[in-house]
Every structure is written in structure tokens, then in C-alpha cells.
Design a protein around this ligand. Structure first.
Ligand code: PLP
Length: 393
């Protein structure tokens, strides 16, 4: 028996199948049946977390740091976050009034949407996009307006298209650079043009910078550092990808100080705070683990080049070179099947698990995550090439 009114309209808008987790579940089921599976579906880095972060968390536990932290996050971690943005981006961030420590970037993004949006507001999201955005926008009762970024243009956001998508109801533009799943990085001139649009139309920008360290050329620049943008930009980021700390569940927001009390209120009613000892470990990573990041990025570059080489050699697949993050997003439309059918075929016949582009708002594409070991990626790409050649024979 289902009580009437269930699910409510917000949950009814949230799809329950076909996403990254569901594909992972199918792959794990096959693995339990004894199949050899190459996991290239989930963005879960394979490195260990930095030693100093692990020791810091253990020391925090031993020192009795086992209680609630401030609802806005442990003060020392907030300071480390503020220092990071001063050091790397030249931003003057007030640790006491502009920073909120969250349970990963996932919670950070939801908190922003719940804090800023009225039901019926529109959020502009360039596609392809991280699928949780759609669910979280639905949970906030708002409406997603999608602006496609064409592969032919390197998945570069076309700012003219962005401008055309703005209506009276637009409240927020959601940016993600480097991008999951395309690997595209916003160019300086595009950031400037988006900033101009946001100022002119009085819009908020939510900048999801989870992959800020994963750039294979150049340095990350946040839109918040552009003139007049700090007061209308919220940066969301986390330790998850940067230091291979996805299970620690520590992320953060940096926002205009007027917004912070409301965001903290929202956060404290959902999670209270992130785990105290995890926050202690992340503060150490932020201050001392830059070298760990640099060596990981070198390895990711090697893996990216491997994936790109295989994709180039595979007939019928079109792709561009990802500039950042750790995903490739090739187009498989020429194979004459849907992305979901291709992914299911690949999983069942070859034991390679990748994700259909539909969940990222881009049918005809598939996402290949290269955050696995070099050897696994090589084997996965070999099997993908084999499957494509057989399908075309
Ligand atoms: N934003 C993007 C673009 C992501 O790819 C992810 C994770 O895959 C998240 C946010 C969530 O990150 P976290 O694990 O810190 O919650």
C-alpha cells in the first residue's frame, strides 16, 4: 500500500534508473558472479589519500577531537580554505564569514540551490553536466535550462547561447570547469563574457570547481576573482578528487558574507557538520599536500594520453582531447545504436563499465573515467576497441 501523495512532486521529478550508480551496481553484480570487469564508470580516484591527512585524522581522534565542530565547519579548516583562495586566486576570503565546510561538494551544491532558489526559478546549466545537478535543481523546486556545448567546438561554452537562454526567471548560472564529463576548461575570455552577462542580468553564479587541480595545461582561474564577481559567485569544491579523498566527505563553499548565515542554517539542518577528524585531515592536505597533487596530475596526464590514443585508433568514434578532469566523452552515434545500448553491450559482452551520455544531458556520447590504474585503462580501452570493431564488421 502506498500512502497517497507519494512520491511528492519534487521526488517524482528525479529519475531512479540509468545513472552512474545504477551502472556501477550492474557491474558489481556481474563481478559477484565471477566476471572480470574494468570499472571506468565512476569518478572515484584510485590513489591513496595523502599520508599526512591520514595521520592528521588519526591524531585528531587520539586527541579526543570527536565532537560536533562549529556548524560552519572547524575553524582551522575554514582558515586553511580561506588561505588557499588567497594564495592561489588572490581572493580575500573571511574564514569566519564566507566559508562553510560541507559533506562533500554534493552537499555544498544542494545547499546553494536550496538557499538561493525560489520554486519556479530557472538555473542555466551548460551540457554535458554532472547528473546530480538535475536532481538537486528538481529537489529545490527550480527548473533546469540546458545550454548545449558542441563537441565540434571542443565542448566550449558558447556565451551567445548562454545569453539567449536568460529569461525573467533566470536566477543562477551553474558552471563546472574543468568539466565532468567533457574535460573542457573554460577559457579566460569566456569567463570574462559570462561575468559580464551575470553582472548585466543580475545573476548568481555557482562555480563547481571540484576538478580545479586537474588541468593538463595552464592554471585554474575562478570566475569569483573577476571584477564585481565575488559578491555574486559561490565557489563549491571539495577534497574528494584533488587528494583522492572521496570517502572522507569533506567539501566547502566560499560565498558572499550576506549569504553565509542562511547557507549554514540549511547545512546544519541536513548534516550538522562533516566528521570532525576528517575535517582535521583535510586542513593538513590543504596546507601541505600540493606535491601529492602534482605527482597525481602527471599520472593522470599519462592516462589521458593513453585513452586519447586508443580513441583515435578506433574507427567510428569521434572525440576531442580532454583538457582537464579525468574523463573522456567520445561520440558513438555513428555506431548506429543508443549510448545506453552500447554501454550495456560493452558491459555484458566485454566486461567494461562506462556511462551513457544521456545522464549528462548528451545522448549519443559515452563517458569513460580514467581514474583507474594505467594497466586497467589499457585493458578497458583494448576491449572497447574490440567491441567497436566487431559491431562494425
Ligand atoms: N561536482 C562534480 C562535477 C563531480 O564530478 C562530483 C563527483 O563526482 C561532485 C560534484 C561531488 O563531489 P563530492 O564527492 O565532493 O561530493
Amino acid at each position: 500500500v502506498t500512502a497517497s501523495g507519494f512520491p511528492n512532486s519534487r521526488m517524482a521529478g528525479v529519475p531512479l534508473a540509468g545513472g552512474i550508480r545504477e551502472i556501477l551496481g550492474l557491474a558489481e553484480e556481474l563481478e559477484r558472479q565471477g566476471r572480470s570487469i574494468v570499472h571506468m564508470e565512476i569518478g572515484r580516484p584510485d590513489f591513496d589519500s595523502p599520508l599526512m591527512a591520514k595521520e592528521g585524522a588519526k591524531a585528531a581522534l587520539d586527541a579526543g577531537n570527536v565532537h560536533y565542530t562549529d556548524m560552519a565547519g572547524d575553524r582551522d579548516l575554514r582558515r586553511a580554505i580561506a588561505e588557499k583562495y588567497g594564495r592561489e586566486q588572490g581572493l580575500a576570503v573571511d574564514a569566519d564569514r564566507q566559508v562553510l565546510v560541507t559533506v562533500g561538494a554534493m552537499e555544498a551544491i544542494l545547499v546553494v540551490l536550496l538557499t538561493l532558489l525560489e520554486p519556479g526559478d530557472e538555473v542555466i546549466v551548460p551540457a554535458p553536466f554532472f547528473p546530480a545537478y538535475s536532481d538537486q535543481i528538481a529537489l529545490a523546486g527550480a527548473r533546469q535550462v540546458t545550454v548545449p556545448c558542441p563537441m565540434e567546438k571542443g565542448f566550449r561554452l558558447q556565451v551567445d547561447d548562454l545569453r539567449k537562454a536568460v529569461t525573467e526567471r533566470t536566477r543562477l548560472i551553474l558552471l563546472n570547469s574543468p568539466n565532468n564529463p567533457s574535460g573542457a576548461v573554460l577559457a579566460e575570455e569566456d569567463l570574462a563574457a559570462i561575468a559580464e552577462l551575470a553582472r548585466e542580468k543580475d545573476l548568481w553564479v555557482l562555480s563547481d570547481e571540484c576538478y580545479e587541480k586537474f588541468l593538463y595545461e595552464g592554471r585554474h582561474r575562478t570566475i569569483a576573482a573577476l571584477p564585481g564577481m565575488a559578491e555574486r559567485t559561490v565557489i563549491a569544491s571539495s577534497a574528494s578528487k584533488t587528494w583522492s579523498m572521496t570517502g572522507w566527505r569533506v567539501g566547502w563553499l566560499v560565498m558572499p558574507k550576506e549569504m553565509t548565515p542562511y547557507a549554514v542554517k540549511c547545512h546544519q539542518n541536513v548534516t550538522s557538520c562533516a566528521a570532525s577528524f576528517a575535517q582535521a585531515g583535510v586542513a593538513l592536505a590543504l596546507r601541505e599536500a600540493d606535491d601529492d597533487v602534482a605527482s597525481m596530475i602527471d599520472e593522470y596526464r599519462r592516462r589521458r594520453d593513453l585513452v586519447v590514443r586508443y580513441l583515435k585508433e578506433t574507427p567510428g568514434i569521434e572525440s576531442v582531447v580532454p583538457e582537464g578532469a579525468f574523463y573522456a566523452f567520445p561520440n558513438i552515434a555513428k555506431l548506429g545504436m543508443t549510448a545506453l545500448d552500447f554501454c550495456m553491450h560493452l558491459l555484458r559482452e566485454k566486461g567494461v563499465s562506462i556511462v551513457p551520455g544521456d545522464v549528462f544531458g548528451s545522448p549519443g556520447f559515452v563517458r569513460i573515467a580514467y581514474c583507474r590504474s594505467y594497466g586497467e585503462i589499457e585493458e578497458g580501452m583494448r576491449r572497447i576497441g574490440e567491441a567497436v570493431r566487431e559491431l562494425q564488421a
